[in-house]
Design a protein around this ligand. Sequence first.
Ligand SMILES: [Fe+2]
Ligand SMILES: [Fe+2]
Length: 229
Amino acid sequence: MADAPSVNPLHHQPAGFSDRVALGFTKLLRFCADTFFAKRYGHRAVVLETVAAVPGMVGATINHLKCLRRMCDDRGWIKTLMDEAENERMHLMTFIEVAKPTLFERFVIVAVQWVFYLFFFMLYLVSSKTAHRVVGYFEEEAVISYTHYLAEIDEGRSPNVPAPELAKRYWGLPETATLRDVVLVVRADEAHHRDVNHGYANELAGLPLEAVAPCPPHVGLEPMWKTAA
Ligand SMILES: [Fe+2]
Ligand SMILES: [Fe+2]
């Protein structure tokens, strides 16, 4: 595949205290991830995608409950956030075919999920604007990390193995697709999440909305009741 989809390496300039807290928190977690994983990008992707799939579901849950209480329309937020959570879970299911987490990493995943789910739920209740800004900044870092992963593959330090079957089906990739093609579409997903979440934070802050990077097409897996004989 060619280099498309490429992404624009956008950075939202923090405006105000809550943006600076969101950026500082993101940089702290980036430092921890860089220290823990170094250049083990496959393992990094598996562990971090288990975290990345949390905010969308938290945001969807809280907005769903709010809309029920207020009996108001969600303007598409709930479906968008649930799609984000599902997309992140598909990233996880893809990279688990590429890198198997160690026992210690599995322990970290369980521990971090407890802490991060509760933290993010509380943050969203206190300031949904800050919560979406945090995700926007997380996704900026995800775009950077997958760009580094691409360089590792291109420079021969990570093997460009065949793309997992699940990934070919989900993103509609050709039979000959490789890990490099997968990283390109995953990075495009992350750029889309980045812009959607910065957009939600802007909307909640009363700031103008900006262009959103296009989302690569996804083919949902058929539910069991449709495939059962
Ligand atoms: Fe992801
Ligand atoms: Fe993401």
